[in-house]
Design a protein around this ligand. Structure first.
Ligand code: HDE
Length: 731
């Protein structure tokens, strides 16, 4: 009986158990091949990198028979300092984390290949643009503001960073899914990020721009208004990484072997189209599946629905002014509408392999806009110029020293002969005695490449003679015309979403002066937008202080319209407890044949139906609308266990009790989210019980499942039944 607890009937404390014998080795513990995560031979000594052999060992390879008990002075005694195995294990664990990225901390990566069409070889000597050249790539998508453990569907810009392991060195195209940036000069980057990150006192809110400091900054720095309206649009809550555009943002310079140059802007166009979720979906997903984008990318690649993007360039003359049709190409808050300068395709990227280790690949990958190859050069965009300093600098603290280029994911696929030596985490065993140039002792190796005709970053571009000063060109003062251009290019539904987003975000702010100042910016973008947001905030709408001339909308900026491939889309199939199994198997096959993922939603988990041929992937309890791009309902689904139809009928309403409440919620949300719904075989009872109107746009009913599924698949190609959205007509 334990002391001091009179009358207690608790059993005496059990003696510690005997040490278990060591577990048998796992069959998959074979040494990995000496290839980099990109599948290329790294030349690394496999014995250095491998985790191989049958037995558990210490880090220095000595066998361990017990890793479950620390070494003690007697079984109940203190742990001994001499237990090296214990200290090594715990100490290594203590140091498992590296500093997360100061921005873009949360991300997901994938391997793939870029196949060049050869079209860009006319304007650039870069090997990666040669005809039919295949270059391995690693892409990391990310959110900007949130910490590593934050949710995927924050309203935020997304990073879209691509590492091309070209035969002539690594080229990093470190872009975003929004083609403009908040600031025009890199010196303001710490300011905008400090404003967007959580407040420094309580460290809230996480991964959000809906707070005072963000809106304080963007309303004070009106150059941020263009990026901000993109953030308030559906672009900031993508349906998937697979359905995002990517942009190089800055203007770059491409060079050919004859010394000719052009200016370009890079665009990634997803083959699946650009699609977003609704704000309601984002909020639900962040709670119920915060990894939604990470999961979606990995699942799609695993299922063979390999996402593809076409890389394209807008090409401009490399003239002295560096402008195009009056647009300053060095101003990163400006786009050039595609209608003025078409995006010309130069190659196709396919992501076809998931990382095998998140830390080694997605976390340790280090992008750097300085990673340029011959034929690709930077311009004087002051934002890009500052980035040329920041990325190398940040890796030094994030990856702990100067040798991060030796990490497998960062290793170039071209020969490296750099004369950089030693330093923290040096893993190379360099030979030779003369790592300096010129030398006679190592035969003057390595030789400087003899390529005056092969331009690189030191290509002789003209630099205007000028006076040293802190300032910006006058053209950088136009902060509103392109925010208005974006606004005017939106469809009615997209405009509604933007107005709602501003109202939500500013509604979360506390300071009245911040809201009022942002309303002034909205007035300068569009009076109707300002009026609707002001009404939502309960504030007067200010008068504009900026007058606009005629602005041509750019239809290419709208996401709505067009028909898109459905690869990897998810279709929920709601079934009751006793489904028609052969019919359902045919439905599952039809969805699968359309390149989509069928997910059966049953009252309970495990096998469903009598034949055992169907298995539930989701249950009424685990399914939620945000996972599905459309929902099919196969016949009658069960009523709520506590259905009291009489009571509801007396109240004159359709009984919600006549349908399981979880299915009721699912259908209600899917309907509100304007996704296609297909129902067969129950004469409209399910729809009525869910309170949904039969015959509404995007709602298909019928007797025959095959016909319903066919119509739903056709509807899904437009992403949503857009007509179902209420439009106020005020915008
Ligand atoms: Fe970045 N940015 N950035 N950025 N950025 C970083 O580098 C920085 C900017 C972008 O998945 C950091 O390795 C400055 C524009 C992406 O690993 C850091 C400025 C664009 C990623 C950094 C900018 C980007 C980063 C943090 C203002 C779109 C994630 C960790 C001049 C064209 C890459 C790191 C990944 C990451 C600095 C502005 C894209 C601190 C100083 C504009 C996609 O170096």
């Amino acid at each position: 009986m334990p002391p001091g607890v009179p009358g207690s009937e608790a059993a005496p404390a059990a003696e510690p158990t005997e040490p278990r014998p060591p577990l048998p080795p796992k069959p998959e513990q074979a040494a990995p091949a000496p290839v980099s995560p990109t599948g290329r031979d790294t030349g690394a000594d496999p014995t250095l990198a491998a985790q191989g052999g049958e037995h558990l060992t210490t880090a220095h390879g000595s066998r361990r028979s017990d890793t479950d008990h620390s070494l003690k002075a007697g079984r109940r005694g203190p742990v001994l300092l001499q237990d090296h195995h214990f200290r090594e294990k715990i100490s290594h664990f203590d140091h498992e984390r590296i500093p997360e990225r100061v921005v873009h901390a949360r991300g997901a990566g994938a391997h793939g290949v870029f196949r060049s069409y050869g079209t860009a070889s006319r304007i650039s000597s870069a090997a990666v643009f040669g005809k039919d050249v295949e270059t391995p790539v690693f892409v990391r998508f990310s959110t900007v503001l949130g910490s590593r453990g934050s949710a995927d569907l924050a309203r935020d810009t997304r990073g879209f960073a691509t590492k091309f392991y070209t035969s002539e060195g690594t080229w990093d195209l470190v872009g975003n899914n929004i083609p403009v940036f908040f600031i025009q000069d890199a010196i303001k980057f710490p300011d905008v990020i400090h404003a967007g990150k959580p407040h420094p006192d309580r460290e809230i809110p996480q991964a959000q721009s809906a707070h005072d400091t963000f809106w304080d900054f963007v309303s004070l720095h009106t150059e941020a208004q263009h990026h901000t309206i993109w953030n308030m649009s559906d672009r900031a809550i993508p349906r998937s990484y697979r359905t995002m555009e990517g942009f190089g943002v800055h203007t770059f310079r491409l060079l050919d072997d004859e010394g000719g140059s052009v200016l370009v802007k890079f665009h990634w166009k997803p083959k699946l189209g650009v699609h977003s979720v609704l704000w309601e979906e984002a909020q639900i997903a962040n709670g119920m599946d915060p990894d939604v984008h990470r999961r979606d990318l990995a699942d799609a690649i695993e299922a063979g629905a390999h996402p593809e993007w076409e890389l394209g360039v807008q090409v401009f003359e490399d003239n002295e002014e560096q402008t195009f049709e009056g647009i300053d190409l060095l101003d990163p808050t400006k786009i050039v509408p595609e209608e003025l300068a078409p995006v010309q395709p130069v190659g196709l990227m396919t992501l076809d392999r998931n990382p095998s280790n998140y830390f080694a690949e997605t976390e340790q990958v280090a992008f750097n806009p300085n990673n340029l190859v011959r034929g690709i050069d930077v311009t004087n965009d002051p934002l890009l110029q500052g980035r040329l300093f920041s990325y190398l600098d940040t890796q030094l603290s994030r990856l702990g020293g100067p040798n991060w280029t030796q990490l497998p994911i960062n290793r170039p696929h071209a020969p490296v002969n750099d004369m950089l030596r030693d330093g923290m985490h040096q893993t190379a065993v360099h030979t030779g005695v003369a790592p300096y140039h010129p030398n006679t002792l190592d035969g003057n190796n390595p030789f400087p490449a003899d390529e005056p005709a092969r331009p690189f970053i030191d290509h002789p571009a003209p630099v205007a003679e000028s006076v040293k000063e802190r300032g910006a060109p006058a053209s950088f003062d136009d902060h509103y015309s392109q925010a208005r251009l974006f606004w005017l290019s939106m469809s009615d539904v997209e405009k509604e979403h933007i107005a709602q987003a501003y109202t939500f975000e500013l509604g979360k702010c506390w300071e009245q002066s911040v809201k009022e100042r942002q309303l002034q910016s909205l007035a300068n973008i569009d009076a109707k937008l300002c009026a609707v947001v002001a009404e939502g905030l309960g504030l007067p709408a200010p008068r504009p202080t900026v007058q606009h001339g005629r602005i041509e909308p750019s239809p290419a900026l709208s996401q709505i319209g067009g028909q898109w491939p459905l690869d990897g889309r998810q279709v929920g199939i709601v079934i009751g407890p006793d489904p028609d199994e052969s019919d359902l198997l045919a439905v599952v096959e039809a969805v699968d044949a359309a390149g989509m993922v069928p997910l059966v939603i049953a009252p309970h988990g495990g096998p469903v139906g009598r034949g055992g041929g169907l298995v539930a992937q989701r249950t009424y309890l685990t399914a939620r609308s945000v996972e599905f791009d459309s929902v099919l309902v196969a016949g009658a689904v069960p009523p709520a266990p506590d259905a009291r139809p009489g009571l509801d009928a007396k109240a004159g309403a359709v009984s919600t009790g006549a349908l399981d409440p979880r299915v009721h919620l699912l259908l209600g949300e899917v309907f509100r989210q304007a996704k296609a719904i297909g129902v067969w075989g129950d004469k409209g009872r399910t729809l009525a019980a869910a309170g949904l109107p039969e015959g509404a746009p995007g709602v298909v009913t019928g007797k025959d499942s095959a016909a319903v599924v066919e119509q739903v698949v056709a509807l899904m190609k437009s992403h949503r039944a857009w007509e179902r959205f209420p439009v106020t007509g005020r915008l």
